[in-house]
Design a protein around this ligand. Structure first.
Ligand code: HC1
Ligand code: SF4
Length: 568
């Protein structure tokens, strides 16, 4: 342990701790705009300046490690003045249109401006209003607001290994840009939205489709249904001040009813359906000798990544559409028939923790009913905005239940929301289908948690099935490269684009860091453990759907409505 003092208060911390981290441990927040707890240290913004006895000049707290006997002072006149000057310089080049900014009240720069109480800027305003890049169906990039902290670059390059954005130019011209300053939709961007979570201000955010939803809700001709993704129920509460990982399923359903949706359904239902189709596809591949490994295909950022970086692996992707898209296809066929409503009068809204889902729903092949499967995708953040705009306090409203028929779900459906969940859900079903024996223990702990790559070998009636699970695209890249080089072989691989899986999706509440992801993961498995049915093939409504409509897994109708193809 290292012993030091911060503002005359003794503190003992582990070797390697930075001043910023040590100060936080004793309740002193040193301002910083480029530091991110899940990223490497950048020391770009230089607002975290502190004094250290014996050091020449001020030091950046985020990049300076503590040493034995160190005496740190965070509040000297020099430190406070220097920080204020850095902040004033950033503000001088910022539009400061806080009232109409998407990050109003959730902006780290705004928070410091308030804390430092900057009434007037001593510098000339140098900000430029640049055109926003709205080319992507998922993400809006507004360089006018960029403070060049580099958090988005790091997440895009290091955590996602995509590299759609990077540092560009020098000195005054220094900025964050795409290659050749191309619009995002002409880059390798996979629309994961992780950059929007990392951004401390309003420079990158989801493309909002709230107005389209209000319009549909206000149209008496339209029957508006909503589906909610597994991961939203354990994150939405954070938008209303609840603890990370609070389970708000019942309140979310009530809020959606209050907003005016005609039916509130659960994507967990079509997650169960995905297990039946994908499980059978896997069994078919086992019979036909491949192609292996089979990759899951429900995470659209991952599908985009394969199409862009590994097109030679496209035949390895499961042909199953994602649960979101399966839901849309069924809503406009089976459900429309059951309800006696023309499919052109059914408007399907999804609430997803994901920005890439906006792109997925807009893909031209996602219309096998003859109508667009899903009309609008809202992120968790957008739904929270609609709820707030309606004056609903999620903390205070009663709980209610999803509607039938797509509200009856299993625990296997809900664990889709966490990395490893799709694999575990598939194993819970495939094992029983193959062996015709009940699985004693339903929990496959080896594939749970935040580790980047998880592997296991599962014995299914003498067959050693090699599986792997990857979350975040850098881990996926690592795994695929090993398969490509022949270093590793697997039968079945789950990949989720975002760190931790959908619970860590790019459309989740601002403040999604690994600490928070862990809380959400715990809650997902808690919901699962408390479900009366925990295996997809035991969901009675899935059985009914096959009896009444789809006939059989991988049958003609299933192929037409529930499966897809990929683009090079
Ligand atoms: Fe996901 Fe999925 S789990 S992709 O992460 O397969 O977004 O939550 O809805 O479609 O079910 C997201 C979450 C979600 C799909 C399911
Ligand atoms: Fe990079 Fe994802 Fe942001 Fe695109 S959406 S720029 S891939 S982090």
């Amino acid at each position: 342990m290292i012993n030091l003092s911060i503002n005359n208060i003794p503190v003992s911390v582990e070797e390697g701790t930075t001043i910023l981290q040590a100060a936080k441990m004793i309740g002193v927040e040193i301002p910083t705009l480029c530091y991110h707890e899940d990223q490497s240290v950048k020391a770009n913004c230089r607002i975290c300046l502190v004094e250290v006895k014996g050091a020449k000049g001020l030091l950046t707290a985020c990049s300076t490690k503590v040493f034995e006997g160190m005496e740190v002072f965070t509040n000297t006149r020099a430190a406070r003045d220097a920080r204020k000057t850095v902040l004033e310089l950033i503000l001088a080049s910022h539009p400061m249109d806080c009232l109409k900014c998407i990050r109003n009240q959730k902006c780290e720069l705004q928070k410091y401006a308030a804390e430092f109480f900057i009434e007037e800027l001593p510098f000339e305003r140098t900000y430029q209003i640049l055109p926003k890049d709205e080319s992507s169906p998922s993400i809006v990039k507004d360089l006018s607001k960029c403070i060049k902290c580099g958090r988005c670059v790091e997440v895009c390059q290091s955590i996602q290994s995509v590299g759609a954005i990077s540092y560009s130019h020098r000195s005054d011209e220094y900025r964050i840009a795409t290659l050749f300053e191309l619009p995002l939709n002409e880059t390798v961007c996979v629309y994961c939205g992780q950059c929007s979570l990392a951004c401390p201000v309003g420079a990158i955010y989801e493309k909002s489709e709230i107005e389209k939803v209000w319009k549909a809700l206000g149209d008496p001709e339209m029957h508006v249904v909503v589906q909610t993704a597994p991961a939203v129920r354990v994150s939405l509460g954070e938008e209303f001040g609840m603890e990370p990982g609070s389970i708000v399923t019942g309140q979310m359903v009530t809020a959606l009813r209050m907003l005016g949706f005609d039916r509130v359904f659960d994507t967990d239902f079509t997650a169960d359906l995905t297990i039946i189709e994908e499980g059978n596809e896997f069994l078919q591949r086992l019979k036909n000798g491949g192609p292996f490994p089979m990759f899951t295909s429900c995470s659209p950022g991952w599908v985009n990544f394969v199409e862009t970086f590994y097109p030679e692996f496209m035949a390895n992707l499961s042909t199953c559409k994602s649960p979101q898209q399966m839901f849309g296809a069924l809503a406009k066929t089976y459900y429309a028939q059951k309800m006696g409503i023309s499919p052109d009068k059914i408007f399907v809204v999804s609430v997803m923790p994901c920005t890439a889902k906006k792109y997925e729903s807009a893909r031209e092949e996602m219309n096998s009913s003859g109508f667009r499967d899903v009309d609008v995708v809202l992120t968790t953040r957008e739904l929270a905005r609609m709820i707030r705009e309606s004056g609903i306090d999620l903390k205070k409203i009663v709980e209610s239940e999803f509607d039938a028929p797509f509200g009856i779900t299993s625990g296997a459906g809900v664990i889709f929301g966490a990395s490893g969940g799709v694999m575990e859900a598939a194993l819970r079903t495939v094992y029983e289908v193959v062996t015709q024996r009940e699985l004693g223990k339903l929990d496959f702990e080896d594939v749970r948690g935040l580790d980047g790559i998880k592997e296991a070998v599962i014995n299914i009636d003498g067959l050693e099935v090699k599986i792997a699970v990857a979350n975040s695209l850098s881990n996926a890249r690592h795994l695929v490269d090993k398969i490509k080089s022949g270093e590793r072989e697997y039968h079945f691989i789950e990949v989720m684009c975002c760190p931790g899986g959908c619970i860590g999706g790019g459309g989740q509440p601002i403040g999604t860091v690994n600490r928070v992801r862990n809380e959400r993961i715990k809650s997902i498995y808690e919901v699962d453990a408390n479900m009366p049915i925990r295996q997809s093939h035991k969901n009675p409504v899935i059985k009914q759907l096959y009896d009444e409509f789809l006939e059989k897994p991988l049958g003609e109708r299933s192929h037409h409505l529930l499966h897809t193809h990929y683009r090079a």
